[in-house]
Ligand binder design. Structure first.
Ligand SMILES: Cc1cc2nc3c(=O)[nH]c(=O)nc-3n(C[C@H](O)[C@H](O)[C@H](O)COP(=O)(O)OP(=O)(O)OC[C@H]3O[C@@H](n4cnc5c(N)ncnc54)[C@H](O)[C@@H]3O)c2cc1C
Length: 409
């Protein structure tokens, strides 16, 4: 692997703990934090963004005010920095309103799932990181796994499925369950206990999909800007670097008496500084994988990354993604249902997953981040296509292929 993929000498941390610690530091500096409420609208004055509406509660699933509706409050600032993670509702509005993706490649997405396990202490190897690519997805989709050994006999086991797969029957959650049945993974988890589960989308377009980052009064940061390094499955470093760069640009602007204009210094720093040095060398990995499949892309992408690492120049230039994930979806009639059902100590049904998920998004509580729309299917007409994430096994069509113990702990 090229050195830019190496994890040696780095720490494995819980980002939840890091964020809690960071929040304490911020509050000690008199920064006000409003946990538990979403920003539901941008506030404009002419063509400038001047703030957000936060804390609007009691909306119905379709966005209309429900019986317990409470209006939010308008928070105004000299600059509004949008850090909503992947495909946030306000970021999407900004990108559409100001046509920020014009001249850039379409954003690509993956679905990442992660479980925290407490394992047999004899099998724990704190500091060990394992990444895999491909299996069990085969030619059906791109993706891979990660296993991080933390302290306290805990391991993080995760699986990412690229969302540009054609087969609309493919069920990413069940592919993750299948992954845990690989003998090496099953052996690691044998006798262990799953203590938490989470899932989140990942922006995978990389360097060529980063939109224009600034508009008058606002800027996009972190995963709202699509700053994930795809082959490393890492984006926290760039989210932090973008936060530092935006804060420095805004502080300098305010000190100079400016407000509500474009933070062009921020965009310049992202496109020339450490974020660019991280993302540019790996920019061909994702499009090569999508177009050539795993093995050819490993060879070509590895060559491209090695040369970029040694010389700072990518011999393959810049490959394009060409189309959105939604445009890659095939018609249901052209595919057969896979219908794999796994029931064992290592795997879990999706209803069990829902029972321990640590995120709560009561539909009538708040209007957070686009939960009420199809998201990654884009504007494509759904007729003839199964929604990718909504495919459930149809027991009448095929028998389950694998069935282990009937009960789960
Ligand atoms: C399975 C998986 C494994 C990963 N592993 C790693 C790894 O090992 N190392 C690494 O560096 N990166 C990893 N990443 C990527 C990493 O999680 C992201 O790049 C990083 O979290 C980006 O930070 P962010 O602040 O931009 O977005 P986020 O961490 O997503 O934070 C955005 C926050 O804003 C909130 N929000 C969204 N909309 C609104 C709104 N309208 N109002 C109020 N709040 C809102 C969200 O709820 C969220 O809390 C992984 C991602 C996945 C999915």
């Amino acid at each position: 692997m090229p050195p830019l993929m190496s994890n040696h000498g780095k720490y494995i941390v819980s980002m939840g703990n890091v964020c809690r610690w960071l929040a304490e530091q911020a509050e000690a500096l008199e920064v006000e934090i409003f946990p538990g409420m979403a920003c539901s609208q941008l506030v404009y004055e002419g063509s400038r963004v001047v703030g957000v509406v936060a804390g609007e509660m009691g909306l119905n699933a379709n966005g209309t005010p429900g019986p317990g509706y409470e209006p939010g409050m308008e928070l105004r600032g000299k600059y509004v920095l949008i850090c909503e993670g992947v495909r946030g509702s306000l970021a999407k509005e900004l990108i559409a309103q100001y046509d920020l993706s014009a001249g850039h490649e379409p954003q690509k997405f993956g679905l990442g799932m992660k479980e925290i396990w407490e394992i047999d202490p004899a099998k724990a190897k704190p500091g060990t990181v394992t990444h895999t690519m491909g299996w069990p997805l085969g030619k059906n989709a791109g993706g891979g796994s990660f296993i991080y050994h933390l302290e306290g006999n805990q391991v993080l086991v995760g699986f990412v499925v690229h969302l540009n797969y054609a087969n609309p029957y493919l069920y990413p959650y069940m592919e993750f369950q299948r992954f845990k049945h690989h003998p090496l993974v099953a052996d690691l988890l044998e006798g262990g206990k799953r203590v938490a589960y989470g899932a989140r989308a990942i922006s995978e377009g990389g360097w060529q999909s980063i939109p224009k980052l600034t508009v008058p009064g606002a800027a996009l940061l972190g995963c709202s800007a699509g700053l994930v390094n795809v082959p490393r499955i890492k984006g926290n470093h760039n989210a932090m670097l973008s936060g530092i760069a935006a804060a420095e640009a805004a502080a300098a602007a305010i000190a100079a008496g400016r407000a509500g204009d474009e933070l062009t210094d921020y965009e310049a720093e992202v496109r020339k500084g450490p974020i660019a040095r991280d993302l540019k060398p790996v920019r061909n990995v994702k499009p090569l994988w999508s177009k050539l499949g795993l093995w050819a892309s490993l060879a070509l992408g590895g060559f491209d990354m090695w040369v970029a690492n040694l010389t700072g120049w990518n011999p393959l230039g810049t490959w394009k993604h060409g189309k959105t994930d939604a445009e890659a979806t095939g018609k249901a009639a052209d595919f057969r249902s896979k219908n794999v059902e796994l029931i064992s100590a290592a795997s879990f049904t999706s209803s069990w997953r829902a029972s321990i998920i640590s995120t709560s998004r009561g539909r009538s509580r708040s209007s957070c981040s686009g939960a009420r729309e199809w998201g990654f299917m884009g504007d494509r007409k759904l007729q003839g296509f199964w929604p990718k994430h909504m495919k459930l096994c149809n027991p009448k069509r095929t028998k389950p292929q694998i069935q282990h113990a009937k009960s789960r702990p």
